[in-house]
Design a protein around this ligand. Sequence first.
Ligand SMILES: Cc1cc2nc3c(=O)[nH]c(=O)nc-3n(C[C@H](O)[C@H](O)[C@H](O)COP(=O)(O)OP(=O)(O)OC[C@H]3O[C@@H](n4cnc5c(N)ncnc54)[C@H](O)[C@@H]3O)c2cc1C
Length: 466
Amino acid sequence: MNRPDPRIIRADAMPADTPEVPVCIVGGGACGLTTAIRLRDLGLDCVVLERDATPSGSSALSSGFIPAALTRLQKSLGIDDSFELLVKDVQEKAQHGAPEHLVQAYVHAATEAIDALEAHGLPFEIVRGFLYPGHSVERMHSMPERTGEALMARLIKLANDRGADILGEALVRELWVNPQDRIIGVGYERPDGSLEHLACEQLVLACNGFGGNNAMVRELIPEIGDATFAGHTGNDGSAISWGRQLGLQMGDLDAYQGHGAWVTPQGALMTWAFIMEGGVQVNKQGQRFSDETGGYSEAAVHVLAQPERIVFNLFDQPLLDLLRTFPDFVEAEKAGALRQAADLPALAALIGCNPAALQATLDEVAPGRTDRFGRSFKRSLQAPYYAVKVTGALFHTQGGLEVDAQCRALRADGRPMTNLYAAGGAARGVSGAGPAGYLAGNGLLSAVAGGWIAANSAASALSHSK
Ligand SMILES: Cc1cc2nc3c(=O)[nH]c(=O)nc-3n(C[C@H](O)[C@H](O)[C@H](O)COP(=O)(O)OP(=O)(O)OC[C@H]3O[C@@H](n4cnc5c(N)ncnc54)[C@H](O)[C@@H]3O)c2cc1C
């Protein structure tokens, strides 16, 4: 049987013989797995319920870059950073619209989480050589493979090694809530349509946002409703649905991470590093249309406003060399996305635009020039030229359940729920409203740091209940 909507079941108790676990985690992405690993480190049993057979989520689709300041690794490389600077960078990108209590909590917890994961053997590296828009220093922690898939593979192995139970093909449909407004368990659907139950003392929602639910996207963020969704389609807004039914507070529901360089039609992420090092975007008329260095998230909206919602990423040989260090780009190139033009007329023919218009555009890309959008250039682009056709995409939604600094879900009157936590993409993010406040890495910052905090809070609540 296909049960359409996430729902709340009001009951005094779970059905007889329901198994019980101290902490249940809904969703096995980076957030849910970090929660589970931390709980196991604290000596607590937990079960991760994941709708897919093997967890992957948007985390596996991501580049896997997690920003953190003052980690052991960053300090060992002599990079001068501070918690205050990361907080400032997050808030400045969000135009000071991010909830300060969460920014502070995440920035501190991210360091603890990354240091702990590294101590468990995760081979973090810091991405060197360029800075994403809005980051003051090099602080992106990634796996050597520079993919979210590699990050997830290691998190899954570590969670298993630490003894966390991960149950796949378990689509959580029901939250059971007693008359005192306490979560007492969940109901989850198996592939054959049957419903099973699990009782729990603490419940962590780590099931990300609503990017995979187009009706909800159209309702809450209509401006991006027609865009390709490049995240995990299983993120159907379950947390938002339960939160609405429970009358919980929500925050920044119109916030999202877009991306202005989704390679089309191959369907791959093209890293914004090429922009930060001097690449540009032109539309089908050969014209630039924004200061691309403002950020890749808001760039999605600018790109989608162009004719046919298509633009070309333009770059030259040094930038191609840089791009080839990113696995996502290598895959896109293998799939045929890269086009080469020996000179400007050939590039104009490739784009299908007037050569004079393109010449005028590239004339602006010159050292010492500041263009009409306010972008300054350190170098011009040299032939041969390279182009990749891209569109704007929605990567994930940033709004969600309002939580306090312990990641406890908040009721309408501001009081925290006693045993319900939300973290990662299920909770309100730290990007303020709309797409422009998204600082690169805010997604995994919320997932990893939020998961860490939720685990600590659930553990603390359990110890107080003993
Ligand atoms: C292409 C792309 C690139 C990105 N690059 C970066 C980056 O480099 N750095 C960064 O910080 N962020 C990046 N992001 C954003 C980042 O991926 C997310 O913010 C982050 O992965 C969220 O983690 P999460 O654990 O909350 O969600 P997810 O990883 O999506 O995990 C949620 C899990 O919950 C499961 N689930 C959902 N509903 C249910 C249910 N009802 N029952 C059971 N299971 C359920 C899903 O199947 C999924 O496995 C990128 C996103 C995309 C799409």
